[in-house]
Design a protein around this ligand. Structure first.
Ligand SMILES: Cc1cc2nc3c(=O)[nH]c(=O)nc-3n(C[C@H](O)[C@H](O)[C@H](O)COP(=O)(O)OP(=O)(O)OC[C@H]3O[C@@H](n4cnc5c(N)ncnc54)[C@H](O)[C@@H]3O)c2cc1C
Length: 431
């Protein structure tokens, strides 16, 4: 006989993981089905709730929530839902930012300052509200972070501290095309390398030194009074606390990480934390194959995973769609239409494709808000405004009505809608 779960979540990104955790914590038996890696590996690892609205930076997202358009997902869950999403996040991670509702301002690798609600502890010493002079250190082989340019841009943006940048060779004999995960691993293990600045030649033999020490020694001559030092976010994948503590001590200054693009170590660390929490809550995860179909009519009985040509049904009582947006393939489009591929939920879009875009690259493009529309129960709605299915909810990037990239709300929406959907699904199981 097929095993039936209480709640089956389709999609293992932040939204799906938040849904699964919240349902499991309410007592539901939960299955999480996910195909590929989520966008967390490409994202900064910062958790944005609302960074921009209209043309302006948002100081406190909670002040602005009631003014958002009615179709925005935050309007479905309300302020309490946003707070519940953050509370679940805080219970899983050791991020900072929870002491206030106000956004923190975090320097980015491009030298901008980004408003965000939660940031890793490894980023905390870098906040733009901190008055201490700052040295940014880039590495010749980590080309995405040009520290002198970033420091110059930061200074030009009017931050209340001096910022300087320097590009150095990463200590040791690493290949010039070494992946940043390789450099992070060397720092995790504190590998011994030959001939750092402290590597001394004795009787023709070069002494080896731990890489953390060699790195600090290489940076020290450039400190020139700076009390904090920002590195690209590669300071260890598994042992970032240890790496940073050693650098703090050896430098005599606070080391911090500047969030980077893909592959994002902060994003990967976040994913690891959530996976651990899911395991601790007894969520069963099946990864690596896509959900391609479902069984049922107005009420879904099972979703169908395709594995090596076989169709495997996963039965459940409640289902949650968390397959992401255009990037995660939760929303698909061709030249004529926009669709949600798993349940074929309605995705509103103008008939004329030329109305999907504006002219300028940075204009307010309608396609960025494409996604399924939901009711207050978070159930996807058909073209007449009725729920598509009795027992399906949708969360995170697959939702329409908001432009996460422009307003900086990606993780906030995923957490808030995920937690709400997990609870609602569990309530219905017990109804
Ligand atoms: C480049 C980039 C940078 C970002 N930066 C930030 C940031 O700085 N701050 C912030 O707050 N947010 C950021 N975000 C947003 C954030 O990372 C998430 O995209 C957002 O929270 C949505 O998450 P999600 O779980 O809905 O979707 P996703 O992260 O896209 O995850 C969807 C998951 O569903 C799976 N899936 C899809 N289809 C199927 C299927 N048929 N069957 C089974 N599984 C399926 C996918 O494989 C994936 O694992 C960024 C996003 C991107 C793309």
């Amino acid at each position: 006989m097929a095993i039936e779960d209480d709640v089956v979540v389709v999609g293992g990104g932040l939204a799906g993981m938040a849904t699964a955790l919240s349902a499991a914590r309410e007592g539901a038996r939960v299955r999480l089905l996910s195909h590929k890696e989520s966008t967390l590996r490409n994202a900064s690892g910062l958790v944005d709730v609302l960074g921009y609205a209209g043309d302006g930076v948002v100081a406190n997202p909670f002040d602005v929530l009631p003014e958002l358009p009615n179709e925005h997902p935050y309007r479905r869950v309300g302020e309490e839902g946003v707070r519940d999403g953050l509370a679940l996040f805080d219970s899983v991670t050791d991020y900072d930012g929870g002491h206030t509702d106000r956004n923190a301002l975090v320097p980015t690798f491009g030298g901008n300052v980004k408003p965000t609600a939660r940031y890793p502890a490894h980023t905390a010493a870098g906040l733009a509200s901190d008055l201490r002079d700052t040295l940014l250190v880039g590495f010749e082989t980590v080309v995405d972070f040009d520290a002198p340019v970033a420091a110059e841009r930061l200074a030009a943006s009017g931050v209340p501290f001096e910022s300087r940048g320097v590009t150095l060779p990463f200590p040791g004999d690493f290949r010039t095309d070494a992946r940043i995960t390789r450099l992070a691993h060397a720092l995790d293990e504190n590998e011994r390398i030959e001939g750092g600045r402290t590597g001394r030649k004795r009787a023709g033999v070069t002494e080896s030194v731990p890489v953390r020490t060699a790195l600090a020694e290489r940076v020290k001559p450039h400190l020139d009074g700076a009390e904090r030092v920002g590195f690209p976010a590669i300071l260890g994948q598994d042992e970032p606390d240890e790496v940073r503590a050693d650098l703090d001590r050896e430098l005599g200054a606070d080391a911090f990480e500047v969030p980077m693009g893909p592959p994002s170590l902060p994003g990967m660390r976040l994913e690891t934390r959530f996976h651990r929490a899911l395991r601790d809550e007894g969520v069963r995860t099946t990864a690596g194959n896509p959900v391609v179909d479902f069984e049922g009519d107005d009420r879904i009985r099972a979703v169908v995973v395709e594995r090596n040509g076989a169709r495997i049904p996963f039965h459940g009582e409640q289902f949650v769609l968390a397959t992401g947006g255009l990037v995660g393939k939760g929303i698909d489009s061709d030249r004529g239409s926009v669709r949600e591929p798993v349940f074929d939920c309605h995705v509103p879009a103008p008939d004329d494709r030329y109305d999907w875009f504006e002219d300028g690259a940075f204009d307010d493009h309608p396609f960025a808000r494409f996604g399924v529309q939901v009711d207050d129960e978070l159930r996807p709605l058909d073209s007449t405004g009725e729920p598509e299915f009795e027992n399906l909810r949708a969360v995170g990037g697959v939702l329409g009505g908001y432009d996460f990239a422009a307003e900086k709300s990606g993780s906030g929406v995923s957490l808030a809608t995920g937690v709400a959907a997990g609870r609602k699904a569990n309530d219905e199981v017990n109804a």
